[in-house]
Every structure is written in C-alpha cells, then in structure tokens.
Design a protein around this ligand. Structure first.
Ligand code: ARG
Length: 463
C-alpha cells in the first residue's frame, strides 16, 4: 500500500497530540472486523448507488468509487491488501485504500453515513449468512439423528428420570427428542433473522441526515425488509447480537446434554453404547483406556458460548444511548460463538456416525428396576375398576414383594400376585413384557413403535 498524504487515522484531523500507541493497539479492531470486508463493500456499493440516484453525487464519482471498491474486493480476496492497525477498523482501512486508488473523490463515499450505521449494517448482513450456515449444519445433524433413529425403532432401552430406570422406551424415541430440540434451535435462529431484517443504513451517527437519502432503496438493494424506525435506537441496538448469542447458547446446551448422555452411557458402569475408535483417545499412562474426549469437548463448549452471551449482556447493561466504543467488542464475541458452534456441530455429526447402541445391555438394563410397575398400575385401573391411587398402592405392594424375594416383576408367579390382588388372572402377565409396555404408549407423542415410525416419516418428508 502506498503511503497516504499523512499516514494518520482519518478522524485525527482535530486530534493534535496523536493517540498514544497503547490506545492505538487496543482501540484497533481491524484484526477482527476485517472478516466483514465483503459485507462492508456491498453496503458501500448500495450506499453510493443510492447517493447517485438521489443526485447527491455525480454519475462519474459513483462509478469511480464503485471501481475502487471492486478493486479493493479483489485485493482482499487475493490476500494482497495490507490491513493497517493505525486505521482502526475495516471501514477506515477500506476508505483509506479508496483514497489511494481513486484520489480525493473517495471523500464522497462517507456522505450521509457514519461508521455507527455502517458497522451494524455489515454485522447484520454477516449474521444472515452465518445463520444460513448454522441452519445447514443443523439440518445435517437432524438427518443423521433420523437415520440412526430409523435403525433403532425396536431397540429397547430404559427411559430414565433422576437417572434411575423409569419406563421402557425405544432408543429411537430417545433420539427423536433431540430432533425436537434441534428443530427448535432452527426456529430460534430464524426468528432472529426476521427481527434483524431492518436496515440500519442511513441513520448516520445517531440523528439521521439532512441529505435527501432514500433508505428504502438501500433496504431493497441489501435485502432487508424495511428501514429501522428510530435513528438513536438503531445505533444503540445490539439486541440482534444478543438473540444470536442466545440461540447459539441454547443450541450448544442441547449438544452438551446429548454429549453428557453419551458419556454416561459409554461409561463402564452403564455400557449402553460403543464409540468407534475414530472418536476416542487414549491415555498416556493407562494402556487400556479409550476416552470419550470429543464428547467432553462438546459438553464443555457450552461454557464458552454462555460466557460470550454474558459478556455481551454485561457490555450492554446500563450503557446509555447511543454509540460507545464498548460496543466494538460485539463482533469478536459473535465470531467466537459462531465458530465455536460450527465446530461443535461438525464434531457432533462425526459422533453421530461413530457410535452404536449396545442393544443387549440396553435391554438388560431395561429389564431391571421394576420398570413395568406403571404398566401394572394402569392395568389394574383398566381391568379391575380401581382408582389410579388404589392401583398405585397395590403395585407398590407387588414391587415390595418382588424386592423382598430378590426377583424382577416378570418373575413373580400368578400365585404371588394374587396374594396382593386376588382378582388377577393370567392375562396380567403380559404387562411385564417390555415390547407390550412400549407399544401401549400410543398417546400422541408417546413411545409406541407406530408413533415413532410415523414421526420419522413426517420429519424425513420435511427435508
Ligand atoms: N469499529 C467501530 C465498532 O465496531 C465502528 C464504529 C466506530 N464509531 C465511532 N464513533 N468510533 O464499533
């Protein structure tokens, strides 16, 4: 890059003593916000086209500026552009370079605009494409879970509450719970797209502009729905950043929950799943070990994304209107959360392809812990006209009897059962069958095999 007339920040015209080098170092954000260069250039092109349409700048100047901006785009994409920390951020780096390429007429580009509206325009446009990328990754995750679920409709496992055996469920049903979560994540990200779809460009520093600009024109050009309504709110607002960070936090929380489940199920104590060698690591001292490090990585990352959300909330707390330098950190936080989540989604996709349920052990565990007790209580209500509370009491007595004899419910004989409820017949024994138990949960959203099949078909059709 050739030297500018004076190698100084643009705003330094009235600041005589020169900024201290330490402030130059901490105040510069170009290392981070250069990631917005494409969005910044697009925003500038739309802006100068609007300025020309409104007869604020001439045809010749507009073309010159656009020529310069296109050249800068090439330089940056071919890594030929020298970013200079002295020019603070991506906006000033581009403007400085524009001066070098087209000369003094570059000065028209910043008519009726401020970096305050420019930076949010860039960030909003960037968030749109980032959200699309996350959405695509979430679709892949959902597809992988559906495939796994499809193969495991008849895989029986214990459903837990308090991590104690509760009721038998299909492993597919368990997996499909996560499809619900990731679908809600998709919605959450898309709500945010909708609410950030207002064009900030043209509110300038904070109060609007005396130039006769057309904000509807740039709105259309940049793919927004409408211009923002209040110039002060516009430059102060980072709600769309919070919403994005929150959506990321919730999504990474979902990943951390399934990661934790898989870690527990992979433990030697549970042994409900096997992880392939692709997703485990060894120990430097214990030769026998295969550790679920990747799952632990996924579980831990939610700590980072929550931290980022809290950083931004804290930056915004009590911040008066309108623009303050405090806000500059929003981009670093957003990029970090975005990259963390995308990384987690990629790893999680690998995990989904690299573990298998240990069906025998799942069934064995599901056969313990008196897991069909609720089925027995329901049976008593339906067939022996008892209230549920009465049936609950009788069933508890039956469980106590099994516990006393150190056997499972299905090992009790009809004679044993009749000691507690004389009216019982042979028919009762079918309630202890796990398949019957699962298949009886036909209420909408329940774990019956038919329900799951239908749900998988429904979600597969949506893709
Ligand atoms: N780099 C700045 C930021 O990201 C751009 C806005 C600067 N505005 C200002 N008045 N200093 O926040």
């Amino acid at each position: 890059m050739t030297k500018n007339k004076n190698n100084k920040a643009i705003w330094s015209t009235r600041i005589k003593s020169g900024t201290s080098t330490i402030f130059q170092r901490v105040g510069s954000s170009v290392d981070i916000d250069k990631r917005l260069y494409k969005e910044d250039l697009d925003g500038s092109v739309a802006h100068v086209e609007m300025l020309f349409k409104q007869k604020i700048i001439s045809f010749k100047i507009k073309n010159k500026i656009i020529y310069g901006l296109k050249k800068i785009e090439k330089e940056i994409s071919y890594k030929k552009f020298k970013f200079n920390k002295l020019y603070e951020d991506i906006h000033m780096n581009i403007e400085k370079r524009l001066f070098e390429i087209i000369g003094e007429e570059a000065g028209f580009i910043h008519t009726a605009r401020s970096r305050n509206d420019q930076v949010i325009t860039d960030l909003k446009i960037w968030l749109r494409s980032a959200t699309k990328e996350i959405d695509i990754s979430l679709d892949k995750i959902i597809k992988n879970i559906l495939n796994l679920a499809e193969k495991n409709i008849f895989t029986i496992m214990p459903g837990f509450t308090h991590l104690k055996n509760a009721q038998a469920v299909s492993f597919a049903h368990y997996l499909m719970a996560y499809v619900e979560m990731f679908n809600r994540d998709k919605k959450r990200f898309n709500y945010n797209l909708d609410s950030l779809n207002e064009n900030p460009l043209g509110v300038a520093a904070l109060s609007g502009t005396s130039f006769n600009i057309d904000r509807n024109y740039t709105t259309k050009k940049l793919g927004f729905k409408k211009p923002t309504n209040n110039s002060i709110d516009t430059v102060s607002d980072r709600d769309f950043v919070l919403d994005f960070l929150y959506a990321i936090s919730v999504c990474s929380m979902h990943i951390s929950r399934i990661a934790e489940e898989l870690i527990i199920w992979n433990s030697d104590a549970f042994n409900l799943i096997n992880l392939s060698d692709k997703i485990v690591t060894g120990s430097s001292i214990m030769p026998q070990k295969k550790n679920p490090d990747l799952l632990e990585y996924l579980r831990g990352k939610s700590g980072i994304t929550y931290g980022n959300l809290f950083s931004m909330l804290t930056i915004l707390k009590s911040l008066p209107l309108s623009y303050f330098k405090d806000l500059q950190d929003d981009k670093e936080i957003v990029f970090k959360s975005n990259d963390t989540l995308l990384g987690c989604l990629k790893i999680f996709e690998e995990v989904l392809k690299n573990f298998t349920p240990n069906k025998k052990q799942m069934l064995k565990l599901a056969s313990s812990g008196y897991i069909t007790a609720t089925d027995l209580a329901d049976y008593l209500v339906k067939n022996h006209s008892m209230s549920f509370r009465k049936a609950y009491q009788k069933t508890a007595d039956i469980v106590n009897l099994a516990e006393k004899n150190k056997i499972n419910l299905e090992q009790l004989t009809l004679q044993d059962l009749k000691k507690i409820e004389p009216k019982l017949t042979n028919e009762v024994l079918k309630v202890f069958d796990l398949k019957n138990s699962i298949n009886s949960k036909k209420s909408y959203g329940g774990t019956s095999f038919d329900n799951i099949k239908k749900m998988i078909i429904k979600y597969k059709k949506q893709k």
